[in-house]
Design a protein around this ligand. Structure first.
Ligand SMILES: NC(=O)NC(NC(N)=O)C(=O)[O-]
Ligand SMILES: [Zn+2]
Ligand SMILES: [Zn+2]
Length: 569
């Protein structure tokens, strides 16, 4: 077990590291083979048409894509780019975007190039979900890589960071990382990240093995082999992370004895308000207050300069958020996410016994939800994540309805885009904001410079969707998560239908159909060069601070591309 500093005897402490698995192992292989073929044919004076033909054969054999074209254009009247929404076309060659042009500048196609015209449908960068639990290996009956990444693809998510828990074992060592890598091989339809360690050398070993970040809990995680950390451990951990310039993701709740005032024997365990009382906002506030005693080390000139701390799934939009704002102003390298379920639902509407809505921290009241929207729209919450944390229906205790004993976690990976859009409409959410919260900023946290924006040179990770298409999440709706019955979103009417999802140029999902093969590439720091096919001289930095993304500067920085992104150090 990894212990930062002295072990607090009351708490056994552990860090989790998040490695970045990326999508599409098979795609990568197919492309390499194609590149080899292309090189040969080029030498022999073959035309692009013939390359395209060879590529088509290879792609249809590999089953990685529903579209057997090497060189194609995606046309639309609404392409969300870092420079605004344009009517035009995105050129894709192999796994990269090679140009983005407005309608006026488009010269049409030459021989061998294909055009897919999506008309009015929105073309947006694929979503990067920085927080999902796919539970593989060990608890694949809860979700697993195949169904989880199929659901991601169907929801327009092209890269996801897989949490080091609730797989079994938790990803806490290079050995367990190997198990995770094996489990994901040929089983992922989108990109992923995991990790954890027992001591500082194990932590470093994991970072050396290529994990792209760490994760820790400041309260019990509900998973026995994933114990919690306190601020001392986090302080030590940040020092190690600073060397690698990788982030720490923290579940910020500290167990206070507030529930000791509650007599859980007399309270109704089926009542949502009972559960709410057991995890008050003060838990989040206390954790964040402690965290901020160490995030000051991440400031320029601080002992942990280069490390970055990211607070996951913020629910309390009052005191906790005020503390975060203040720390950002002070120069701490700090960012925060919230999740669609906190933006969509309110405590008032959760019926007693409906444990589909149980998660931690809990969904709070309507006034808190309003404040969360204000903070998101105002630039104080940096990004969104799914925190997809499913289990088997038996552990959700759906028939019993006991909120105190049911598994905590919302299941909704496939629906995050339509949920954000549907519930955000009344607040005036724009397509550019969706791209910022779901793609651009998460790509930076994940250290993915060539993802998160529709820009020339980036991976062709793209979602095509129709914001006006409405649908009902009935039992007939094609849902790919393993246990739709536990999803809090079932039964809702949503707007924003995903038509197609491209990952690295492969059409992996189209209108209810997935590519035959799971061709996801696992992204680890050590294989990022392979992934891009480029030689990256400098390590992939995370940005030093996200404070420049706050309200004042949001406008000017809103559309800076992954390419133009420079680390402030
Ligand atoms: N073990 C978990 O997956 N926990 C998760 N559960 C939630 N959010 O209810 C989490 O992210 O904390
Ligand atoms: Zn959590
Ligand atoms: Zn989580």
């Amino acid at each position: 077990m990894f212990v930062f500093g002295k072990q607090d005897c009351a708490r056994s402490d552990r860090f989790s590291v998040e490695a970045s698995y990326s999508a599409f192992v098979g795609t990568y292989r197919a492309l390499m083979l194609y590149h080899a073929l292309a090189l040969n044919t080029q030498r022999r004076g073959f035309s692009e048409l013939k390359w395209t033909f060879l590529f088509a054969i290879e792609v249809s054999r590999s089953g990685c894509s529903l579209l057997p074209h090497y060189h194609y254009w995606i046309k639309s009247k609404r392409i969300v780019t870092p420079d605004g929404i344009i009517s035009g076309a995105v050129e894709v060659k192999g796994k990269f975007i090679t140009s983005v042009v407005t309608e006026n500048d488009w010269r049409g196609t030459s021989k061998g190039e294909q055009v897919i015209d999506y008309g009015e449908a929105v073309v947006m960068p694929g979503l990067v979900d920085v927080h999902a639990h796919l539970d593989d290996p060990g608890r694949a009956d809860w979700e697993g890589f195949p169904s989880g990444t199929k659901a991601a693809a169907a929801g327009g998510i092209t890269t996801l960071i897989d949490m080091p828990l609730n797989s079994f074992p938790s990803t806490t060592s290079t050995e367990s990382l190997e198990l995770k890598i094996k489990a994901a091989e040929k089983n992922i339809y989108v990109d992923v990240v995991p990790e954890n360690a027992f001591n500082s050398s194990a932590l470093e070993a994991l970072l050396e093995a290529g994990v792209l970040g760490l994760k820790s809990f400041m309260c019990p995680s509900g998973i026995n082999d994933f114990p919690m950390t306190n601020a001392n451990h986090i302080k030590e951990g940040l020092l190690v992370l600073a060397k690698y310039r990788r982030p720490l993701l923290v579940h910020a709740e500290i167990q206070l004895d507030s529930e000791s005032h509650l007599d859980l024997n007399t309270e109704d365990a089926r009542s949502y308000s009972t559960y709410l009382k057991t995890r008050p906002p003060a838990w989040e506030e206390a954790a964040i207050r402690e965290l901020l005693t160490v995030t000051k080390d991440t400031r320029i000139g601080g002992s942990a300069e280069g490390a970055h701390l990211h607070i996951v799934h913020l629910s309390d939009a009052s005191s906790s958020l005020d503390l975060i704002k203040e720390a950002k102003v002070n120069g701490d390298s700090l960012s925060v996410e919230t999740c669609p379920h906190y933006l969509a639902f309110t405590a008032e509407e959760i019926e007693d016994g409906d444990t589909r809505f149980k998660c931690a921290p809990p969904i709070r009241d309507a006034s808190n939800r309003e404040k969360l929207w204000d903070a998101l729209m105002g630039g104080h919450i940096d990004m969104l994540s799914s925190d997809h944390s499913p289990t088997v229906p038996e552990l959700k205790l759906l028939s019993d309805g006991n909120f105190l004993r049911a598994w905590g976690g919302i299941s909704g990976l496939q629906f995050v885009l339509p949920v954000t859009w549907s519930y955000g409409k009344k607040y005036g959410v724009t397509l550019e904001q969706l791209a910022l919260w779901w793609s651009e900023r998460p790509a930076k946290i994940a250290g993915q410079k060539l993802k998160g924006a529709i820009a020339s040179g980036n991976f062709a990770d793209i979602v095509i969707w129709d914001p006006s298409a409405e649908f009902d999440l009935t039992n007939e709706y094609p849902v790919y998560i393993k246990h739709p019955s536990i999803s809090a979103y079932m039964g809702r009417r949503l707007a924003g239908k995903v038509f197609a999802t491209f990952v690295g140029g492969n059409l992996v999902y189209k209108e209810g159909k997935h590519a035959a093969a799971a061709c996801g590439v696992q992204i680890l720091a050590k294989n990022m060069n392979k992934l891009t096919g480029l030689f990256i001289k400098r390590p992939l930095y995370i940005f030093r601070s996200m404070d420049y993304l706050s309200k004042d500067k949001a406008k000017e920085t809103k559309f800076h591309t992954a390419r133009r992104f420079v680390v402030r150090n």
